[in-house]
Ligand binder design. Structure first.
Ligand SMILES: [Zn+2]
Length: 82
């Protein structure tokens, strides 16, 4: 087999591998970042960083999934306001 045919095949294999690695990296980025702390609505330790960096409750029946974020925002405002 001529060299150029071999290298073309190698190139395809390498491309496929790179694509697989890229996909795996993207999958990893989708993993939620879990946070130590409980949902103010009593769901338990269900907090993670959701889209846009907001602390969100992951409990499916949570009455207010953005309550943790609101609580944090209120706390921050109090600190700033003094
Ligand atoms: Zn909750």
């Amino acid at each position: 087999m001529p060299d150029y045919l071999m290298s073309a095949a190698d190139c395809e294999a390498e491309k496929a591998q790179l694509q697989a690695e890229l996909q795996a990296a993207q999958e990893r980025e989708k993993e939620p970042v879990w946070i130590k702390g409980e949902c103010p609505r009593g769901c338990g330790e269900t907090l993670f960083v959701g889209e846009g960096g907001y602390v969100t409750c992951s409990f499916i029946d949570c009455p207010e999934p953005d309550a943790p974020h609101k609580a944090l925002a209120a706390q921050r405002t109090e600190e700033v306001g003094g």
